[in-house]
Design a protein. Structure first.
Length: 135
């Protein structure tokens, strides 16, 4: 699983720049793992309400990443799979959630992983990773 998460991002408002630090594993990795992990942890810890700041950050991040990445169906699928896996793995570990909320996150994670592995490109065009698909 990727290790890119919210705590790895630093913003310099004065310079209007964003910096990403890899605290544990400085290496080249599967981009989708890092993108999916960032989206999953941001949504998990920031709230899943579509109007929450976390949802806005996630969508803006995906859109910005898509402008600079080599977009393809594998990037979109793998990002969604890592995103879902993040929900399935981390939600049960978080003590701030009650059992029902944990179940909801795990179910959301299962749906994301399932769509990543069995959905076709048309299904992906209606998902949160649609910007990562080729134009």
């Amino acid at each position: 699983m990727g290790d890119f998460w919210v705590g790895s991002v630093f913003v310099s408002p004065k310079q209007q720049r964003l910096y990403v630090l890899d605290w544990d594993f400085p290496r080249t990795d599967v981009p989708a793992a890092d993108v999916g992990m960032f989206c999953g942890t941001t949504e998990l810890y920031g709230g899943t309400n579509p109007t929450s700041p976390a949802a806005t950050v996630v969508q803006k991040f995906i859109d910005a990443y898509a402008r600079t990445a080599r977009r393809d169906k594998y990037l979109a699928r793998d990002t969604l799979a890592y995103w879902g896996s993040c929900f399935e793995y981390f939600a049960p570990l978080d003590t701030k959630y009650d059992r029902q909320v944990i179940r909801e996150y795990v179910e959301k994670g299962k749906k994301k992983v399932s769509l990543a592995h069995s959905g076709d490109n048309e299904d992906l065009k209606d998902s949160q990773v649609k910007a990562l698909l080729p134009v």
